[in-house]
Design a protein around this ligand. Sequence first.
Ligand SMILES: Cc1cc2nc3c(=O)[nH]c(=O)nc-3n(C[C@H](O)[C@H](O)[C@H](O)COP(=O)(O)OP(=O)(O)OC[C@H]3O[C@@H](n4cnc5c(N)ncnc54)[C@H](O)[C@@H]3O)c2cc1C
Length: 323
Amino acid sequence: MSKFCVIGSGISGATIANLLSKKHSVILFDKARGPGGRASFKRIKGKTGFDHGTQYISPKTKEFKRFTNNLIKKKVLKVWGGKHIFLNSKKKEDKKHIKIIGRSGNNDISKYLLKKINCNYQCELKKIYFKNKLWHLLFNDGKLRSFQGIILTCPFPQLKKLSKKFIKNSFLDKSIKMDANITTMIAIKKNNNSNSSYFFEDPVLGWAGNENSKKRFKSKHDLWTLQSTFLWANKKINQNKKNKKENSDIMIDKFFQLSNIKKTKINYFLNHGWKYSSNSKPFRIKSYWDSKKKLGVCADWFVGPRLESGWISANDLFKKISK
Ligand SMILES: Cc1cc2nc3c(=O)[nH]c(=O)nc-3n(C[C@H](O)[C@H](O)[C@H](O)COP(=O)(O)OP(=O)(O)OC[C@H]3O[C@@H](n4cnc5c(N)ncnc54)[C@H](O)[C@@H]3O)c2cc1C
């Protein structure tokens, strides 16, 4: 029997699974098809695809800088070069802002950390039970699996639903609002625009990233990932499944208008709605650990809205478990 079961293969789950695996047996489950969570890579063909969640990492703490620098040396990550166009007068541009990306996709960190971990995808955790000092986990395949310890890394609303019977801590009573995001991925006819990204000042469109500029693949098309503002997505997300085309059309029109790129035929489009994109209001604790029940929780939303927040939370949990 595995000592620890980790739910989630995003940065939080991958980091804690990697740290725990140095001393314990670990098994990981994720409901998605592959690793990365909100930093996943939408593969279209071969190496061609879109970073449709996390766009880039810009490390803030010295510990995370050390971690990412090490992964740059190991050729897991690289700096995203080229021209990044800042068009937002409401925010101050940080000229030293560094943009780090995965060599083949932004889920490369999760892939690297999970190399030696037993990972199981398309397995959704439905319910948890605690009996005779063991955790019994019911998955979507109807199987009940038992473990000595569990670590949950789901977005806050999902975590609350799964674990409210077992966690008696005030952090679970808080009502946090995770912002939504609508992402539109497009392939258009090649043109002379070679900018790597745009940061807009617009009520609908927040950002556009040029996938070709990451130099991971060669394509006869230009691939762009367009991300909405939180404000617009919060209003649209509940109906996005029904209104995919309409919402993406609005974003695409904005993209051509704001970037000054000549409007061309859209050869390919895909819409992905993120209901729980990020939480900008951190908690007072960075992770949760119940040493009696061996139940742990780590996730970005404890700490902040970035991928680095998940990494910090997982390291904090590991320290608590190791005490
Ligand atoms: C559109 C968007 C853009 C972003 N841009 C940036 C950016 O540019 N830079 C940056 O630093 N951060 C960015 N972020 C935030 C960043 O992606 C997150 O902070 C980070 O990925 C969170 O990692 P996590 O491991 O805590 O959670 P997640 O990545 O969400 O991982 C949780 C995992 O748990 C799995 N899961 C959930 N419930 C279950 C269940 N019941 N059973 C099984 N598996 C389950 C999910 O499938 C998922 O893989 C962005 C996020 C979004 C959505």
